[in-house]
Design a protein around this ligand. Structure first.
Ligand SMILES: C[S@@+](CC[C@H](N)C(=O)[O-])C[C@H]1O[C@@H](n2cnc3c(N)ncnc32)[C@H](O)[C@@H]1O
Length: 241
């Protein structure tokens, strides 16, 4: 099994306890980061959404926040597609979110047509994609000109603030223990802090987005930089690569 397959298998294994653990381990603050991300992007998009694609959708949480953001701005989302390569996660998403087409696929090979989405989101998923550049190129292909890519992620940092140090301590000492206790999967919750530390910095992801043909619209840290959101646009004049 290659690295990407092992990561997907791990998410399949932890899927039954994923939602519960997410809420416990983040103290529920991830809800605010999701809400802020969807509202900010919806405001920038500024009108009805014909097609929203949530990649690495997991149990479908972000879709609920997209719908809430649309309702709060008095607009609508016509069609929603949720994509994830882990069937265990998709099964839970199907039981939780209505009126969504769910597809089993990786971020690097979306089974969707060129220029067919207004919004593509990926929350806390891009760090699990081994070929990040391939995924960004794929988002660019599937987005319609003028469409937005929205990424929420825990980025690695070179210079650590006191908050970063406390967060690292929590991630490396508390999170693996609580995660292992509830999910009975020690490896998965050791992988999480390692995957954050081994992931790229905000600047590196910005460079990759630009190289993939995107214009950066907004890069915003949440909670003293623990989570970062990126909103990037496929230029209006741009055709799929
Ligand atoms: C930490 S979960 C995030 C799920 C959801 N977006 C959320 O915010 O709760 C990461 C998700 O990425 C998915 N994933 C792993 N490798 C992937 C890949 N190559 N392409 C797309 N999704 C992937 C996993 O199956 C898992 O559902």
């Amino acid at each position: 099994m290659d690295k990407q397959q092992r990561i997907i298998q791990m998410f399949n294994d932890i899927s039954p306890t994923y939602d519960r653990l997410n809420r416990i381990l983040s103290f529920g603050v991830d809800r605010q980061w999701r809400r802020n991300g969807c509202r900010a992007a919806m405001k920038i998009h500024g009108g009805p959404v014909r097609h929203l694609v949530d990649v690495a959708t997991g149990t479908g949480d972000l879709i609920l926040f997209w719908r809430e953001a649309a309702a709060s701005q008095g607009t609508t989302i016509e069609r929603v597609t949720g994509v994830d390569p882990a069937v265990g996660m998709l099964e839970l998403a199907r039981g939780k979110v209505d009126d969504v087409t769910f597809m089993e696929a990786p971020a690097t090979a979306l089974p969707l047509e060129d220029d067919s989405a207004d919004l593509i989101s990926i929350s806390y998923g891009i760090r699990n994609v081994v070929d990040v550049e391939g995924a960004l190129r794929e988002f660019h292909r599937v987005l319609a000109p003028g469409g937005l890519a929205v990424i929420l992620e825990f980025m690695s940092r070179e210079k650590l603030t006191l908050m970063d140090r406390m967060n690292r301590l929590y991630m490396s000492q508390v999170l693996p223990r609580v995660g292992a206790m509830i999910s009975r999967d020690k490896e998965a919750y050791t992988y999480l802090p390692e995957s954050i530390q081994g992931f790229m910095s905000t600047e590196q992801l910005c460079d990759m987005l630009t190289r993939a043909g995107f214009e950066l619209v907004e890069v915003q840290d949440e909670f003293l930089g623990i989570s970062t959101r990126f909103i990037a646009r496929k230029p209006a004049a741009s055709a799929s690569q």
